[in-house]
Ligand binder design. Sequence first.
Ligand code: SF4
Length: 163
Amino acid sequence: MLLLAVVLFWLALRLRQRSGLPWASVVADDTGGTMLERPLFAPRYRLTGKPDYLLERRGQLVPVEVKPGRRANEPYESDLMQLAAYCLLVEEAMGRTPPYGLLRYAEASFRLDYTPAVRGHLVALLEEMQELLDADDCARSHNQARRCAGCGFYAVCDERVDE
Ligand code: SF4
């Protein structure tokens, strides 16, 4: 029994090491474990969502976004903004400002410090998106017929590109 316990502990250590995530309590996870009761909501920014994991480290909450199929040496800007959005959601909905968020790809982890500059950039982006959503019409931002062919609005879109 003791040997089994040691083996299991060693396996757990290896798994944790491979995940690239720090040792911390998991407050919530969106992968079938301890779930948040409902998605986080920030009415001020009309923003909602749930991070894959929410860790508690040294008394601070840290959202984690996991993209197991993505392999890259640098984080994608869109993934960083998604992570920043989770930081903002935790701040607004739970009243606790995360110091940073973590992004995990298949083989690498990245840390996004949640600074006032990052927050400001995100808020400006959200405002821009909201203006586009509120606009009566919106110009196409690409020239890709294949993208339109797979779009749910194809049949009713005046801007669609045909192959
Ligand atoms: S069909 Fe219209 S909404 Fe859909 S991708 Fe093309 S331009 Fe965009």
